[in-house]
Each structure stands twice: as structure tokens, then as C-alpha cells.
Design a binder for this molecule. Sequence first.
Ligand SMILES: [Zn+2]
Length: 410
Amino acid sequence: MVDAFDSLSLILELIRSGQAVARPALQQASGLGRGIVAERVNLLLDRGLIAEGRLAQANGGRAARELQIRAEAGALLVAYGSLGGFVAGVADLSGHVLASECVACSFAEGPSALMGEIKAIWNRLRPQADIWGIGVGLPAHISFDEATLLDSPSLPTSWTSYHPRRDLSPAFGAQTWVDTDDNMLALGELRVDRTGIKGDFLYMFADLVLGAATVVDGKVYRGAQGAAGNIGHIHSEGADDLCRCGRRGCLEAAVGGEALIHKATMRARAGESARLMERIRDNGGLCVADLGEAAREGDAVAVSLLTEAGRRIGLTLASAVNLFNPSAILVGGSLAATSNLFLAALKTELYRQSLPFVSRDLAVVPATQDVNEMGLVGAAHMVLDQIFNAQSMARWLREGRSPAVLASHL
Ligand SMILES: [Zn+2]
């Protein structure tokens, strides 16, 4: 019986991802017989999950009707945030974000204030369709099954007792899933596929903090405790800066965006950069984009800080490349957007310090610049992967209830 739902879930996934959208292509991609594919497709059509579209290009034989997910059949509530800021929105069943708003509250203000604002945005933006699921990406380590935040040195204490599923699911009558912010970005990139990167890749989030996500065989690798991706807390050779985790010399404490801003401010105040000092006086402080702008204009302090950041991050990534042999590294976040200088220094060190036969075909490419959009897309696909997996579909179809109702009983 489980096999039937496995194949049903597989057929839906192939249609959802666009890998195969007509019956003959579904047979080929799934390896299932014609009769089974026809039966599963009819069931999905009958339940209103997919619809028939235009005639697909015929490849020798008869033209077949294209199938597509009925994106408007349900809606998802999604939110994504890193330490730099939060955004909340609504998405459809294809993972497309319909509307979103930035959240004024910060992570530091605690769960009650931040999630209160996110709930208000969701209530403003929610469409007529039933809510089928809720997906949230947070800058914390997450127990995925329990949807709880694990204790972490960088987590404000007010968050460790917060239970997103208990708070959000009853409020909107749909199940909630939560994962680490970096995992949302990697999943978003994987599904939107703007970069053409497939298979195994690493997403390097270079922003105020440094994090990474790993995609193995088309799935985000979360680790035994949901704590994979702590690249910012790998020791960086010769560094001695005190890190938020309590240790000294972590990569993030040396060259994370927050650390760079702190170092640039100190050096500007010491009279090393008139340009950065002017920016501090005008705006009351610096941001990562200021460093990029100053570097592009040749400011020596900004150039040295961004080059050092690229070099140290590249060196750390070289170890990860030797260990993991990914096909690509996507580099996203505000540091990645600063200048070519940062990315060039990162690539030089990465290729220099990794084994030639490991990095020979390695692509290092900038990720989508709008991390807020990508985070929301990732959160939507996290939910879709859960509500359309074989287990959920088995319960849903056996019990004859919609995913929204079923999910709230999971
Ligand atoms: Zn650390």
C-alpha cells in the first residue's frame, strides 16, 4: 500500500518540479508502467491537485496533454529571517510567492514581538484559498521533526523556549515546519534553479553572520542534530577574535559582516579612512554595503578587509571542498554582493588550497541577490515537500480530508 503512495508522491513531484509534465515523460522519468501512471494521474486530477494544460510538443508519436499543479488550490504562509532582518509572505502550491512584507521587528526583540508581527502580516496578506501549511526559516538550529529551536550560543534566551508549531498551527489551522535560514536559501536555489546547478552543492551565506547549507542528492542535509552548516565557527588560522559562541578565532568573528563593520569602524576612527569616517558621521554607522562601495572606489581599508574576508572564507571552503567534493558553491548574502574583489579573493584561495582533481570542475557562482525572496521560496518548498510526501498523501487520501485539515492533526 505504501508503494502506491510512494509512486503517487513521485508522480506529483515530477509534475511539480517540471521534470516530466506529460504522461509519456512521466512513465520514462518514474520507470512506472503506463497503466500505473494513468491511474495515479487520474487520482491527482480527481482530487483537484493537478490540471490538464496545453498539448505538449510531440516527439515522433502523438502529442500528449501537459499536466500542471493547481497552484491556486491552496495557500502557504511563509516567513524567512536571518540576523539581518525578517520577511513574511504568502505562496501558492507551486512555491511561487504571491505577496510579502518586510518585518520591522528584529530577532533580538524575542519571539512574542517578532512572531506577533509576522502573524499580523499573514492575516493581512492571506488569500481566499485554504491554508495548507506554514513554513518558517529562522537563524537557529532546529529539530526538524519537532519544529523546535535547539539551544545555541548565538540564540537569545527568549527563543529557546519558543515552540513555533504550538504557537502557529492552531492560529491558522495548518501544520508548521521550521528549518535553519541557510537551508531555506539552498532549497530555494535548488527548486528555482536560476543558476543551472544540480546535484550536490554548497550554499555559502556570507552576510553579517556566516553560515552554509549542504545539498546532497537533491536534498538539504540537516545533520544528526539539525546543526549542520556551522562554517562560521570553524577556526580560521591565526585569528584570535572573540566569537559569540564563546570561543576565539572563529571564521565569523574574524571576517563575518558584523566583524568587518566593527573593524572598519575602529580603523576609520583611528584615521585610516576619511571616506568611511565620513559615512559614519553621515549615517551614524556603517553597513556591509558601505564597505563594498568604498572598496569599489579604491578605499584601502575597505579593500583590505574585503580581500581578507574572501581569502579566509575561501581557505575554509577549500577544506569543505576536499571533504565533500560538491559540483558547485553558491555564494549569497550582503558580503557576496559587495564587490568582485571579495568573490575573486575567495575563488583564488579556494582553488589554490583545494586539490586540483577535486576542484577541477567546481563552479563558484554568485547566488540570487534577493535572499529574502529566495528564503520565502525555500520555506514554501519545505512545506510542499512535507505535505506531498508519500506518508502525508497516504493519510490524506485514506482519510479523505484536505491537507490543511489533516496537517493540523499530524
Ligand atoms: Zn564561534
